[in-house]
Design a protein around this ligand. Sequence first.
Ligand SMILES: Cc1cc2nc3c(=O)[nH]c(=O)nc-3n(C[C@H](O)[C@H](O)[C@H](O)COP(=O)(O)OP(=O)(O)OC[C@H]3O[C@@H](n4cnc5c(N)ncnc54)[C@H](O)[C@@H]3O)c2cc1C
Length: 640
Amino acid sequence: MGNLANPEIVQIDTDILIIGGGMAACGAAYEARAWAPEGMRILLVDKAALARSGAVAMGLSAINVYLGDEDPADYARMVANDLMGITRDDLTYDLGRHVDDSVHLFEEWGLPIWKQPGDEGKSLREGGQPVRSGRWQIMIHGESYKPIVAEAARKALGEENIQEHVQIVKLLLDANHDNRICGAIGLSARTHTVFVYTAKAVLLAAGGASNIFRPRALGEGTGRTWYPPWSAGSTYAMAAEVGAELTMMENRFVPTRFKDGYGPVGAWFLHYQAKATNCRGNLYMTTNQHLLDDYPPYGQSEVPATCLRNHLMLHEMRDGRGPIYIRTDTALQARARLHEEQVGQQRAQALNAELEAHAWEDFLGMCTPQAGVWAGENIEPEKSPSELMPTEPYLLGSHAGCCGLWVSGPADIAPPEWQWGYRSMTTVEGLFSAGDGVGASGHKFSSGSHAEGRIAGKAMVKYCLDHADFTPTPQQSPAQCVDAVYAPVRVYLENKGYATSDAVNPHWIRPDMLLKRLQKIMDEYVGGVSTQYCVNDQMMRTAIDKLQLLKEDARRVRAKDLHELMRAWETTHRILVGEAHARHMLYRKETRYPGFYYNMDHNFIDEHNWKCFVNSKIDPTTGEWRCFQKAHQDLIPKSL
Ligand SMILES: Cc1cc2nc3c(=O)[nH]c(=O)nc-3n(C[C@H](O)[C@H](O)[C@H](O)COP(=O)(O)OP(=O)(O)OC[C@H]3O[C@@H](n4cnc5c(N)ncnc54)[C@H](O)[C@@H]3O)c2cc1C
């Protein structure tokens, strides 16, 4: 048994290593096992407990991508418009044509999916029609969504091939081949153990990034965020460190959500048809509609891009017409009146009670804190509206965001410059990604992340079969791996006697202090809530300078226990992600996402010069960071 000073080292050799246990990782586990020959070893390592880990942890009430009779090309068009024109059609089209199969599997595994009257007993695969809450979304009873999906992955791999509560902190490059992955190192969150994994192929699917920016919820609300607080951007950071190409890291997602509880708005806007108003009761989406004309064609499509909808709301707030309300009251009252007209007052009472129950259930099933806010503030949604608020920025590639890793596209669609042999492989050989990890696409959500994981899983099996003679040989020895992982512990042990208080010591910085400093820099200089998402080039240059100092201090981060050790590594990853974001934003000389951020030095969209991907790469030997443009192509015509 290891201890704080001397952790145990456990070496594990596998063929495929899956990092993460969320939707993408579970999809990859399921699919890889189906294609892998007997004897091919597949190991999944999750920092949390698989049944409830990742962004779906609490459950969901809608699957946001199910195409049914829709055309994958239309899906690709929708994603492109929502992300202001710069997405990879090869990736989105490929996802669109595969995603439904994952949803069919979810239903077969036991996920209850709402059906149209008369189709209740019919599965989707048999042609049962789902209840849609939007063109692409279907309603589910999803409290147990993640346990259901996790169980299938667990059964596919076998209990012995799943490790929970192990946080991967670094990827390992191969000693004998340039630019080739050969494993990873991680730490146990339960015992003092450092795991050194070797693998032929690695899937990095550790989710997106929250808590890079100072969150709106501070003090007693600390820890309350929209994207999961445990999503530390490890996917982007670990990949960047080994030299993988990042793409669109300037993109961010600033969701407008129920204020303070972060309750989702999708079901309210799409299913209940609720409207949003300013303090005077005006429908600002209508009164401000002309502002959308500043951003053709993205503002003028049937559903304007998400960032532009924020843009209209921020305009109201800046002009002093907040708070912004979501009219749950008028939406539910309108439904109640409709019920009365349809079935009479007496029967309508029962239907209305059911409607209100659904409204609560929507939150109790997927965002309990919002139900807490309603209860705590005596808000009865059928009687009074709730406030909306744009949140702090998040970085992700699977929801309404498109930052992430640059990956190889599907052989039958991607142009030669967008494919290099194995679907979903990053620019580092043998390193794959999916879900939040993959950039330049977006709008995959839960079902799409699972489907993308499956696509990657299959490709990884092929990669392993094609490289059967590869013997992974890490550049670092196991002892060097331990030194790296436990460095924050060494800082603590070597200096703990220096000061009388454990809290303050000139020889170290605590992980929570490090995180707060990162969040302050990002908030104040990179367009957080305190500047109403406004930045300029000088602010971002200042941020990058300050982040270099922060990185110096991060070498002195301390860990007095396993909890702090996890936090130390999470924050280290977050700092790199924050830097990537600032560097990409500074490089792009336009404001591509008004409503998510405004670069006041270039507060316009420049289709001529900047309708391109911004990619970046760290040289793993020198640490030098380089941003560059990559040409964009429309593979699917967008003017239909
Ligand atoms: C509030 C909210 C509401 C949403 N609503 C919907 C909705 O209504 N419908 C819908 O379809 N989708 C919805 N989504 C989107 C959906 O949840 C995500 O798109 C999807 O979960 C992303 O999958 P992923 O596998 O990439 O990441 P995740 O599911 O987040 O999984 C990441 C995994 O990586 C693990 N991990 C992290 N770091 C490490 C590490 N260092 N080492 C090992 N493991 C690590 C985590 O424990 C986790 O298992 C919502 C998301 C959120 C946050």
